[in-house]
Design a binder for this molecule. Structure first.
Ligand code: DX5
Ligand code: ZN
Length: 240
């Protein structure tokens, strides 16, 4: 099984679903609710059709937010902008493999690291895990998209958990254990498959911020994830 199996699942609420006019209060709410990271969805209107937030917001978040900033770059030419986001305060910066070519993926990893940030690589739903296999031993995190990037509030694409299994297998074969993050349509009803498959970081947008009580929603997500973890561990032990 994955080495991270007994560590708590991290939860990274996506502020794309937050109230931008009351962001400070929403950040305080998820902090009280025990969020591990803050997921910042950067979209450029080019790599994806939507346009969201950028460097100035990351800079301001960094001034007041003590949770690590998990910056998801859905942008073309990430090599150009990684330094901007790291300088602004991104703790972990994740670029898309579909946005780079040749050895740019490797360069992006080295660039983020050289600037002192952690680095992740993301795959869109249609991109095979093989496209990032060469980077898996080098990154801190692999992000499996379980919706088409671009918008919050979409439905989880069934079968995304199989990709999580593939990432875990590639990592195990390479003798490494990057964080495996899943992003898109994740909530108490959909997290079971991905957590059982070995995901250890869940991005949740609507499941947290569109809930009546975001703090309770976070607690429910965590409880459900830990329940799945525990039963996967029991099953693994029974088959050992
Ligand atoms: C989609 C973004 C996600 C999204 C998550 O392109 O990367 O982070 O905002 O939102 P939910 O959880 O509502 O799908
Ligand atoms: Zn995201």
């Amino acid at each position: 099984m994955v080495m991270t199996m007994f560590e708590p699942v991290r939860i990274s609420p996506s502020i794309l679903s937050a109230d931008f006019m009351d962001l400070a209060s929403d950040i305080a709410t998820i902090q009280r609710g025990g969020a591990d990271w803050v997921h910042v969805d950067v979209m450029d209107g080019h790599f994806v059709p939507n346009l969201t937030m950028g460097v100035p917001l990351v800079k301001q978040l960094k001034r007041s937010c003590t949770m690590p900033l998990d910056v998801h770059l859905m942008i073309s030419n990430p090599l150009r902008q990684i330094p901007w986001f790291v300088e602004a305060g991104a703790d972990i910066v994740t670029f898309h493999i579909e946005a780079v070519s040749g050895d740019e993926g490797l360069q992006a990893v080295e660039l983020a690291r050289s600037l002192g940030a952690q680095v992740g690589v993301a795959v869109k739903p249609a991109t095979p895990v093989g496209a990032v296999a060469h980077l898996v031993p080098l990154v801190d995190m692999v992000l499996v998209m379980s919706v088409e990037p671009g918008f919050s509030g979409q439905s989880y694409i069934e079968g995304s958990e199989l990709k999580v299994t593939e990432v875990v297998d590639v990592a195990r074969e390479a003798g490494c254990a990057p964080v495996v993050q899943v992003d898109g349509g994740i909530g108490p009803g959909t997290l079971g498959g991905v957590v059982a498959a070995g995901a250890d970081c869940l991005v949740c947008g609507n499941a947290v911020f569109a809930a009546n009580a975001p703090e309770r929603a976070l607690a429910d997500i965590r409880a459900r994830a830990e329940e799945v973890r525990a039963s996967s561990a029991a099953e693994a032990a029974a088959h050992a």
